[in-house]
Design a protein around this ligand. Structure first.
Ligand code: TXA
Ligand code: MG
Length: 342
């Protein structure tokens, strides 16, 4: 059931969460599928509804810093990690940064995929924060999509994909950032980015110093993995996607039933110029992440446009890489994974 984010509806949804139900809700990144983080039956339902493997851990969402004490075992953290946590929370929370920290004993292993760490996020969205506050204060929520598919950036995407498997879907419109949070591991001696996302690596490095980007690349299913968001095939549209460098894509011939996803209008113009003798070109095979080439706008539109292309019956999506800095890293990461089919 799709409901607008009024106070009454948020309270109603919070009651459902407290009673062990599932609620899809907006955050500033993508829509989440929430359950009480301490209710094991409710957590099992998340995995069932998403067809998600149990080894893939969830993010626990909180609405105040005190809640960290319920989730995190600070005793086993070194002083440097504690200091990093403090500095990052001060500047970047609430926001699109998820921190992986040593877990408290009573955090269910179901929420952490069997790991001794827990991923925690303090989202920057009023509906999400009120929902957490009015319910149990700690809501486990993966993105509200079937496992492996694109994350939802609108309530309608959740409804189309999960329908009545969810008790309530709170409709907060299109999400502001449009790409999932950055996942940063603070549980080990050196901070490590496990997933590029809504907060730029450069912003994090300004606070805690340079981060080593060496993360393991491939994983077998069922192996214990440090962050399944690193699975090669993930965040995928149904349509086959092929990634190209700018100089390649702008000189690709138009083909029927093939969509072209450009980073900015500049590339689209070059492509149109290259294909100017092709009188069949329909404007509607051309998609642009950001007309002016703005990385924030491009990230906000990425999943939204991929959802749209997926619904239009194209055979292939040809996509252009974004610049590899700032949010461009997260965009390229999602495009690369969208392009891998296993
Ligand atoms: O923006 C977001 O992060 C959204 C919204 C709803 O908050 N949530 C989201 O959740 O993207 P999900 O489940 O789709 O992705 C969570 C990522 C996965 O890559 C998972 O492997 C990683 O976080 N993760 C969770 N707990 C972890 C842990 N203990 N250690 C390492 N990685 C973890
Ligand atoms: Mg996800």
């Amino acid at each position: 059931m799709l409901l607008p984010c009024t106070k009454e509806n948020i309270e109603r949804a919070a009651k459902i969460l407290s009673g062990g139900g599932l609620v899809a809700f907006p955050t500033e990144t993508v829509y989440g599928l929430g359950a009480d983080a301490f209710n094991k039956e409710a957590l099992v339902r998340i995995f069932e509804v998403k067809s998600r493997p149990f080894f893939d851990p969830l993010i626990v969402h909180i609405a105040d810093l005190d809640s960290l004490h319920r989730l995190v075992n600070f005793d086993v953290m070194c002083n440097a990690a504690k200091q990093n946590l403090k500095s990052l929370c001060e500047v970047l929370w609430p926001g699109a940064l998820t921190l992986v920290l040593p877990k408290n004993d009573d955090v269910p292993l179901l929420a952490t995929g069997g790991l001794e760490t827990v991923a925690v996020r303090f989202p920057d969205n009023e509906t999400a924060l009120n929902l957490i506050r009015f319910s149990t204060g700690a809501i486990a929520a993966p993105s509200a999509n079937p496992f492996g598919y694109l994350s939802p950036t609108r309530a309608k995407h959740v409804e189309d994909q999960l329908g009545d498997k969810v008790d309530i879907i709170l409709d907060g419109g299109k999400t502001a950032i449009g790409i999932e949070s950055t996942v940063l591991d603070l549980s080990c001696t050196r901070p490590k980015i496990l997933r590029q996302g809504g907060v730029e690596q450069e912003k994090i490095e300004k606070i805690i110093g340079k981060i080593d980007n060496q993360i393991e690349k491939t994983y077998e299913a069922n192996q214990k993995i440090s962050s399944p968001g690193q699975l090669k095939s993930h965040y995928s549209p149904k349509t086959r996607l092929i990634l190209h460098k700018t100089n390649e894509i702008i000189s690709m011939p138009f083909e029927k039933k093939e969509a072209f996803l450009f980073f900015d209008d500049n590339s689209a113009q070059h492509w149109r110029e290259f294909n100017k003798n092709e009188c069949n070109i329909k404007q509607n095979c051309v998609f642009i992440l950001s007309f002016e080439g703005d990385l924030n706008e491009a990230a906000a539109n990425l999943f939204d446009i991929l959802h749209k292309i997926d619904s239009l019956g194209f055979n292939i999506i040809h996509a252009e890489y974004a610049a590899d800095f700032g949010l461009g890293r997260a965009i390229n990461d999602r495009l690369a994974r969208a392009g891998v089919k296993v």
